[in-house]
Ligand binder design. Structure first.
Ligand code: SF4
Length: 407
């Protein structure tokens, strides 16, 4: 796979060495068991796959290179480039400005932009409407485009099935930048509707089967369907694509469910299966790997899990969701949230609040901790967490020994 020029401050020689060794031992990526870092009284189970994905490294490479190569120019990012506060803060410090926040609220008015300004499209991509707006301002929207190729693959697939008269169902968070972009691209080709979870998919299923009156659709899916969407005619042939960072198992379950509803409704037709488009090939490799690695990690007994990543990172919250099913889980943005061996600040993504908890480390002879991070989290932050945990057990010196042993 292509390699990128990512600032050294985001790298961790220790984590790189561990990842490289695991990669050499398992080139086909079949082994999802965690890496055991055994310090005696503290055992850390490091997920097989975690951290920066292809799309994030690509975006960071382009953004930092653009800053370096264009001194004196005004450089804007449409919104947060990736959902990691450390990376975004570093770009802000270099003078980059964000035009919108992650919810789409305007921070810099469009009228303030000039034709010779640089506007970087983030890894999530953007809407066709925003591309058109930039073009109208004399700014090429595709010159500094960091849209991940795996997101573009979803757009292409949506377009392909749209051209075959399938309606596209997007499994994603309606307000997320990537889902807004995918919705925008898809709706220009075909009727499109967004479902955020299985509950909404089941609601949509009731419209597909005709169990729920079409008149209720507009209210129940307000803001989530393309203009002119016709419940009577636009839910007869369907394909499901996703926001690439959703839980892959949930997307698959939603696709299977909708396929089942369609097959039941059209069971009298010999070719009923053709009413559902197979889009399994659009699931992002990094989301699959990171989620499978957590599932693999959770096969091993442990006392707690720590997941590192930006609090607004969708893919990170799904890793947390998986861990929470098995054990106490703490979602932190960096080692700074590990206040002491007794205190931790951590994000409750269900209620969108940071909690301050005590006694998070069990008082026992040997403690085993699962550790992973999201696709937008620098490995340096994960190493920081390992070092901080070691310090709580008086084992600081072990970090460098560990790095040596993995060389
Ligand atoms: S998670 Fe997947 S789709 Fe999203 S930026 Fe990373 S590689 Fe691209």
């Amino acid at each position: 796979m292509k390699t990128f020029n990512v600032p050294i401050i985001y790298r961790s020689p220790l984590i790189t060495a561990i990842k490289n060794r695991r990669k050499q031992q398992d080139r086909m990526k079949k082994d999802f068991s965690p890496t055991l870092l055994d310090f005696g009284t503290l055992k850390i189970m490091l997920a097989r796959h975690f951290g920066f994905c292809y799309g994030v490294e690509n975006a960071i490479d382009i953004a930092f290179r653009t800053v370096d190569e264009n001194p004196g120019k005004r450089i804007f990012l449409l919104s947060e480039m990736i959902h990691n506060p450390h990376v975004n803060d570093d770009l802000l410090e270099k003078g980059v400005q964000f035009i919108m926040d992650t919810s789409g609220n305007q921070l810099v008015p469009w009228e303030a932009l000039q034709p010779d300004d640089i506007v970087i499209i983030p890894a999530f991509g953007t809407t066709l409407e925003i591309e058109a707006r930039l073009s109208a301002l004399g700014i090429s929207p595709l010159q500094y485009n960091t849209t991940c190729p795996f997101v573009e693959k979803v757009w292409n697939r949506a377009e392909q099935i749209g051209q075959k008269a399938y309606t596209v169902v997007v499994h994603g968070k309606p307000g997320h930048e990537e889902t807004r972009a995918t919705f925008s691209h898809s709706r220009h080709t075909t009727p499109t509707v967004v479902v955020k979870d299985m509950a909404e998919a089941q609601l949509l299923g009731e419209f597909i089967s005709g169990k729920r009156p079409a008149a209720e659709f507009a209210e129940l899916f307000k803001g989530q369907y393309s203009p002119g969407f016709n419940v009577e005619t636009d839910l007869q042939r369907v394909g499901v694509v996703n926001q690439t960072t959703m839980l892959a198992t949930e997307t698959q379950a939603i696709a299977d469910y909708i396929r089942g509803v369609i097959l039941e409704k059209y069971q009298h037709e010999a070719n009923a299966g053709e009413r559902f488009a197979d889009t399994r090939d659009t699931l992002c490799y990094a989301t699959n790997d990171n989620q499978s690695a957590v599932t693999g990690m959770l096969q091993v007994p442990a006392d707690l899990a720590i997941v590192v990543g930006g609090y607004n990172s969708s893919n990170t919250s799904h890793l947390v969701e998986l861990c929470e099913e098995k054990m106490p889980t703490f979602f932190i943005s960096s080692d700074e949230k590990l206040l002491s061996a007794n205190e931790i600040r951590h994000w409750d993504f269900h209620h969108k609040q940071e909690l301050h908890s005590f006694s998070f480390l069990p008082d026992q002879d040997v403690v085993t901790i699962m550790l992973t991070s999201g696709a937008s989290c620098p490995d340096a932050l994960v190493e920081g967490v390992i070092r901080k945990l070691l310090s709580f057990y008086g084992l600081e010196h072990k970090a460098d020994e560990l790095a040596e042993s993995w060389k």
